[in-house]
Design a protein around this ligand. Sequence first.
Ligand code: NCD
Length: 325
Amino acid sequence: MKRHLLSINDLTYDDAVLILDTAAELAKISDAPVKKLPTLRGRTVVNLFFEDSTRTRISFEAAAKRLSADVINFSAKGSSLSKGESLKDTALTLQAMGADAVIIRHNASGAPARLADQQWMTGSVINAGDGTHEHPTQALLDAFTIRKHLRPENKDLTGVKVSIVGDVLHSRVARSNVLLLGKLGAEITLVAPPTLLPVGVEKWPVKIAFGLDAVIADSDVVMMLRIQRERMAELFFPSEREYSRQFGLNSDRLRKIKPTALVMHPGPMNRGLEISADSADSLQSVIVEQVTNGVSVRMAVLYLLLGGAPLAAGANVESNEKVGM
Ligand code: NCD
């Protein structure tokens, strides 16, 4: 496995399966009364967030803490320094503090790669979302969730039909998922108006559909994307009503999905725009579970990149017994 996780392209097929398998082991810790392993004791993990985040930052923090690492949260939003300089100075500071891993979210695509490539720091760099480029740990937690439900006995997602619906143009989640789910054998269809598809999408290994009705009944996974208004300087569709009518998941469409199909969304949701409240809260929705699985997957990534002490079988059980649980 490479030292950094900047893109899904950093992972081989075997690396990706190893992360999912390790996450499945680590998920058992999250179900135990004492949610802690000593594996990364004495290591320092820095959360460096230049952009807003709720679940990703908290999820990485919980993951690092469950492995006993020290966590420093550095919310860099609002810095007035130019991007290159601020990133370099920040990196040198983090290096001086002995950071073993830096988890970075930045509104500029490529910022994590810059941090890694310049060799300002010796630790691992993990991309927690860069601009419209990639969000590899989100794709890993999505793959984990899909595998758990639809391929519990298999190693990969061969033959799983995944529809990724909505604002693909601005979505780093969509890019990482196309790469990862494709690597694991899933058949992907992007469903979006032409204005919300990236230039060059015809070269991606995906099918394209211009309305949700065309794919809804045949999908094993319906992955809804948030309309990213903060990245839109102009209008990309005539009106929100019009968008919802063609691309929104609502109760009528929910009735048409396969009984085994999963409804997913990376969050945060615009309820009533890309997804109706009853779809988001339906029995087929795994949206809340995605958040839970995110912690296990991020534990696996930290563990594998930082080369933590071996996962002693029953270590957690013993510590639980010591505290009388
Ligand atoms: C996504 C992100 O930030 O890229 N959210 C997340 O990490 N849970 C998707 C989004 O913001 O729409």
